[in-house]
Design a protein around this ligand. Structure first.
Ligand code: GLC
Length: 420
């Protein structure tokens, strides 16, 4: 009988392209940044060397300015749009021109904990690259205080309501003609609309036209919003990188300064009226005014407040499985549409890591049990309807398999150290 553990390992192997792992065949035929870090965490449960290889391949595509791209187009695939010609970054291998949530240092630290002896030389080699990436975040994206994203895709929570006010100001009417590919792989009802897609492409075209010059994009680009999700992920990652650096005998003073500055900026994304952390349009200063799952990543960075605890109870009690990506009581909520309501096992794993680090063990265990139930009922899908558990998006998904092996599939007492 194959167990779910066997199935999860088989998915990682099936999606393994040799040194990097696809999120899933068909829908996502390249290497994605934060997916890869989760893949590494999953591999670490049965092949530690392969875990480090995944991170090495990701950082091998780091740009000279320190940015680690959100997609690396190792082998061209006509089944995906927008491909390397649209991004036009001039990198080799070709890449996109934006980044994605910097979970790598946090997960590298967990992987190192799983086999400290084997990992020491591997993490020591990666450390300077991770530090350069964190410097890039600080210099290129933290000029307004919290982390600013220049494209919704940079957040990893591509289509969530957090970005609606910023997207409303983007003119998508003049983009070059194109054919989408995502809607040929999964139900179009679950994917972003054509109007959204036109705007996504318009932002990419702006970046390409200015040669991916970060200063120009931040100053004049069509979209600039503060993202609570990445802000908390980066804050946690800074702290994990400091711990790694200290253990390796590096001077971490500079990193400590970046972490301190980022923590000091948290009031900028606290929306008192909403009673929660909130995305903010940095052109107009307006808050998005919607609670998204990014706010609950505050637990990761020891930045929770009693109001946030109350919000978590409220939104969680409105659904049956996991933490929804958007507020179930908001008008924009849609339980099956991409990031506008569904629950993502991988985000649940990150929130649970935060709940555990902040001592909220019962909540972490509830989240683990609910996430495990979704996977037991339906398999390793990309995401799920949090009300009736309908599986959505791509099947045999790498990061869902990875978080099963490291967290969701573990009985509470045997979960990997540091996870839930
Ligand atoms: C989607 C998700 C993004 C993820 C990618 C590959 O674009 O929104 O977070 O990295 O798919 O799984």
């Amino acid at each position: 009988m194959t167990t779910l553990d066997d199935q999860a390992r088989a998915i990682l192997k099936k999606n393994d392209k040799g040194g990097y792992t696809l999120p899933t065949h068909g829908l996502y035929p390249y290497q994605w940044n934060w997916d890869s870090a989760f893949a590494a965490w999953g591999f670490a449960t049965f092949d530690n060397a392969r875990a480090w290889d995944e991170l090495d391949t990701l950082f091998a595509s780091q740009w000279d300015n320190g940015m680690v791209p959100h997609i690396i187009f190792h082998q061209s695939d006509p089944g995906y749009f927008p491909g390397p010609d649209v991004w036009g970054t001039g990198q080799w291998p070709e890449t996109s021109g934006i980044s994605q949530p910097p979970v790598a240092a946090t997960l590298a630290r967990l992987i190192w904990d799983m086999d400290p002896e084997a990992g020491r030389a591997r993490i020591a080699r990666l450390y300077p690259a991770m530090e350069r990436w964190h410097r890039w975040w600080h210099e290129a994206r933290c000029g307004h205080g919290p982390v600013a994203i220049i494209h919704p895709w940079e957040s990893g929570r591509d289509n969530c309501p957090d970005w609606d006010i910023g997207m409303a100001g983007v003119d998508g009417s003049r983009v070059a003609p194109y054919t989408r590919r995502d809607t040929g792989h999964v139900n179009p009802e679950m994917r972003p609309t054509k109007e959204d897609y036109d705007r996504y492409i318009a932002i990419v075209e702006f970046g390409r036209d200015v040669g991916w010059d970060d200063a120009r994009i931040v100053a004049d680009g069509p979209f600039l919003m503060a993202d609570p999700g990445i802000t908390f992920i980066l804050l946690r990652a800074h702290e994990d990188l400091i711990a790694i650096g200290d253990a390796l005998g590096h001077d971490t003073t500079e990193l400590q300064g970046w972490a301190k500055a980022l923590r000091a900026a948290l009031p900028v994304i606290w929306n008192a009226e909403l009673g929660a952390y909130d995305a903010r349009d940095l052109r107009s200063d307006a808050f998005a005014g919607v609670l998204g799952s990014g706010a609950f990543l505050a637990y990761l960075a020891d930045a929770a407040t009693p109001e946030l605890d109350a919000q978590l109870d409220r939104v969680w009690d409105k659904v049956n499985f996991g933490i929804p990506s958007a507020d179930p009581e908001a008008a924009s909520f849609n339980p099956r549409k991409y990031w506008r309501g569904p629950t993502w096992p991988v985000v649940n794993a990150l929130i649970a890591l935060g709940l555990t680090s902040s001592g909220r063990h019962e909540l972490a265990e509830r989240l683990r049990a609910e996430t495990a139930e979704l996977i037991r009922q339906h398999g390793f899908y990309e995401y799920f309807d949090p009300i009736d558990a309908t599986p959505c998006g791509g099947a045999d998904f790498t990061w869902t398999a990875a978080i099963w092996l490291t967290w969701a599939g573990k009985a509470p007492a045997t979960a990997v150290k540091g996870a839930a």
